[in-house]
Design a protein around this ligand. Structure first.
Ligand code: E4P
Length: 217
């Protein structure tokens, strides 16, 4: 299972990279704005800065909603750095743009997926990654993890290569349930990733070991 961090915060990306378990980064315009990264030039530079920190794929989102605009923008993003994955919204022109990029061998991440039908279309269009938003479905009392399971079944039925990238992951239980279902990737905040580390028996066990070691010294 690949671990992506879902942020545009360079310090958090560095921290996750230093852990040695990071496989990539996802961003979106809201995450960029949260870090004060606004305006085309700053945003493009920020993508390159992120690529310079991590070894894996870095999703960079187009903001055009028409086919021609997405192609122009996506090609410019892909040319920025070999690690860039063009992130495209799940809309009609987005599906067409995804097919265009897959045919050209440019990696894609189809985002804002909220149904199995949308996931099927993304796979048919040759998406590299397809991002169902687990947390946002949970927010509206809909089973986000149930959607991941449904998509896993459909993709396995036909052997689609598209990787399920569970997005809008908010906590450790989301990560663990995605792992049980067989999501290929999850993207979440550093807090959720670091939450996996914690167990009170680890802390008390370590404290006891260190105390006992001191007895002989
Ligand atoms: C996906 O790539 C999005 O950036 C992200 O996971 C959305 O998460 P949110 O619902 O916490 O904003």
């Amino acid at each position: 299972m690949k671990f992506f961090i879902d942020t545009a915060n360079l310090d958090q990306i560095r921290e996750a990279q230093a852990l040695g378990i990071l496989d990539g980064v996802t961003t979106n315009p809201s995450l960029m704005a949260k870090e004060g990264i606004t305006g085309e030039a700053k945003i493009l530079k920020h993508y390159v800065d992120i690529c310079d920190i991590v070894d894996g794929d870095v999703s960079a989102e187009v903001i055009s909603t028409d086919y021609e605009g997405m192609i122009k923008e996506g090609e410019a993003l892909a040319a920025l750095h070999p690690q860039i994955v063009v992130k495209i919204p799940m809309i009609k022109d987005g599906v067409k743009a995804c097919k265009y990029f897959s045919d050209k061998g440019i990696k894609t991440n189809v985002t804002l997926v909220f149904s199995a039908g949308q996931a099927l279309l993304a796979a048919k269009a040759g998406a590299t990654y397809m991002s169902p938003f687990v947390g946002r479905l949970d927010d509206i009392s809909t089973d986000g993890l149930g959607l991941i399971a449904e998509i896993r079944l459909i993709y396995d039925n036909y052997g689609f290569d598209t990787q399920i990238l569970a997005a809008s992951v908010r906590n450790t239980m989301h990560i663990m349930n995605c792992a049980k279902i067989g999501s290929d990737v999850m993207t979440g905040p550093l807090s959720a990733i670091e939450g996996l580390l914690k167990h009170p028996l680890t802390d008390s066990g370590l404290a006891q070991f260190l105390k006992d070691y001191q007895k002989g010294n």
